[in-house]
Write a protein that binds this ligand. Structure first.
Ligand code: 5GP
Length: 167
């Protein structure tokens, strides 16, 4: 398969640094920041972003999966205590928004102090649920992308750039 580059390693690195500046500024003075990295796709992004942040934080990983009736649940991380904390969810892509809405709804029940969302990619035009990311690396159209942690049938996560499959 051939993959056409959409965002190079250098473009990604520049954008991650910009996001980190913005997020560090917004959370200055916060000492209970809990970052939740949504596995598997956002692990590269979260790892890069956190190393650029100037905000002390704790990190946990969570994983969303669909149950038998298609409802999104947490198959990993449902037991994390978010009560009273400032939560920053790190996503790879917000597409329809169904996954993100479900995750936010689950954690809201525990009454965190705040929940914000930072997504690497935002497919805004494909939204079904009324959810927005507070921070987004890049807005893209509906193309299916791979690389920088994102896969196609388990492949291409290791690519240092983001691209889409052209053949
Ligand atoms: P949503 O629930 O917002 O429709 O879907 C979000 C999830 O679908 C993302 O976290 C990601 O795992 C997956 N996804 C959506 N679009 C893409 C894409 O273009 N490439 C890859 N690899 N995964 C995608």
């Amino acid at each position: 398969m051939r993959i056409k580059c959409l965002f190079s390693k250098e473009q990604i690195s520049r954008r991650v640094k910009e996001l980190a500046v913005q997020i560090s500024h917004d959370y200055s003075g916060t000492n209970e920041l809990l970052v939740l990295c949504v596995l598997n796709g956002s692990m590269f992004f979260a790892a890069d972003l956190l190393r650029e942040l100037h905000t002390p934080c704790q990190l946990n990983c969570i994983k969303a999966c669909a149950n038998e009736s298609g409802k999104v649940e947490l198959c990993y991380g449902a037991d994390i205590n978010v009560s009273g904390k400032d939560i920053l969810l790190i996503e790879d892509i917000v597409d329809s928004g169904i996954t993100l809405k479900s995750i936010v709804d689950i954690y809201q029940k525990q009454r965190p102090n705040s929940i914000k969302v930072c997504t690497f990619l935002d497919k805004k035009s494909r939204r079904i649920e009324d959810v927005q990311a507070d921070y987004a690396g890049f807005e893209i159209d509906g193309k299916f992308v791979v690389g920088y942690g994102m896969d196609y049938n388990g492949k291409y996560r290791e690519l240092p750039y983001v691209g889409y499959i052209i053949s």
